[in-house]
Design a protein around this ligand. Structure first.
Ligand SMILES: *Cc1c(COP(=O)(O)O)cnc(C)c1O
Length: 352
């Protein structure tokens, strides 16, 4: 084993100091009086308030620490990542913190807002035509630069300390302590890498909580079929909801930890994104809409069975990142058609 250099020690210390300066994210209780009257409460953990604006801030911190402690990253190492956007923004932040060059490999369709943010943190972007090309292109680029391919899709499930140590699951349960249903009946998340669902699923079993874990999966993603069939060679067309749903089975997606998959149509995700943005008075991203659709489906089932309890999910990122895409009426109409009927339906469901 090569001993760690003073630079590696200092890099780890810098990330730890940055963590020490950061605050936990808020757990929002959704104001839904109709549902509350049935004894059903909705919560969203607001991951949009991290310095880099999404839940990927946690992942990027874990991936850098994992790579540094494995001896994969040294002074001057170019960091390369395959990312549709959010991970790249967060990794660019940590690369800059450590003074390392950063290159994100992504499809050319990634929103301009995200490209601007990556550039803001000093990162560079490398475009591929098809989403499925990002992995090989990132690997090749790392080789060519003598850099390190961070590989979020492989390492997300193992880089985070799932037993606790400030992971997202531990924080959720601490923040629920004074609620009328402190142990949620359902926790609902999306899956991009699958890292968030793996961390929460393991934590639930380790702490022997009664909560069940649901993954909200968008149209075109392979994860639902994989959960049903457990065939890792399956492929799918790919998702149109940024951040979640994948065309191939990612190594970090662990189906045995997930109790339930809910498939969500894109029009419903968009409608829920708008309805929730109105409810909160600020914009949320499309994957948060997907989460809300699954929460409402589970809540309807609870109500039909006469069950009470809490549903908890994530506000994954802010809608401000999608001003020129999902929130642009012309852009959305062209891709997803008329979502007005779906919006009316979501609004009705929110009444309880
Ligand atoms: C990555 C991402 C998710 C899913 O999280 P994973 O831990 O990668 O499965 C959900 N929403 C957004 C906006 C994301 O960027």
């Amino acid at each position: 084993m090569t001993p760690s250099t003073p630079w590696v020690h200092q890099a780890i210390a810098r990330i730890e100091a940055d963590f020490c300066r950061s605050a936990d994210t808020h757990l929002i209780a959704l104001p839904l009086p109709g549902w509350a009257a049935h004894g059903i409460d909705f919560y969203l953990k607001d991951e949009s308030t991290h310095p880099t604006g999404s839940l990927k801030h946690r992942l990027a911190r874990s991936l850098f620490l994992y790579a540094l402690c494995n001896g994969w990253v040294h002074e001057g190492t170019t960091i390369v990542e395959a990312s549709s956007g959010s991970t790249a923004v967060s990794e660019a932040y940590f690369a800059r913190l450590l003074g390392l060059p950063f290159i994100a490999v992504m499809p050319g369709t990634t929103s301009q807002e995200k490209l601007d943010q990556i550039a803001h943190y000093g990162g560079r972007c490398h475009f591929v035509e098809k989403a499925c090309e990002v992995y090989a292109a990132a690997q090749a680029l790392a080789k060519a630069t003598g850099g390190h391919y961070m590989d979020q899709f492989t390492h997300a499930e193992r880089a985070t300390d799932w037993r606790g140590n400030n992971n997202i699951a531990q924080s959720m349960f601490e923040q629920m302590a004074h609620e009328r249903h402190p142990v949620p009946r359902w926790i609902v998340v999306g899956a991009g890498t699958g890292g968030t669902s793996a961390t929460i699923g393991r934590f639930l079993r380790y702490r022997r909580h009664a909560s069940q874990l649901c993954v909200a999966d968008p149209t075109g993603s392979v994860f639902s079929a994989y959960h049903r069939l457990r065939d890792s060679t399956l492929t799918a067309p790919g998702s149109r909801i940024e951040g979640i749903g994948r065309p191939r089975v990612e190594p970090s997606f662990i189906p045995s930890l997930i109790d339930r998959m809910v498939e969500v149509r894109d029009g419903d995700s968009l409608a829920a994104m708008h309805a929730l943005s109105d409810l909160l008075g600020r914009r949320v991203g499309p994957s948060t809409g997907t989460n809300l659709v699954a929460m409402l489906e589970l809540a309807q089932e609870m109500k039909a069975r006469g069950e009470s309890g809490a549903l908890l999910s994530l506000l994954c990122d802010s809608g401000e990142r999608y001003r020129q895409t999902y929130f642009d009426p012309a852009w959305a109409l062209q891709r997803f058609g008329d979502t007005a009927p779906a919006l009316a339906q979501v609004r009705a469901h929110l009444l309880g």
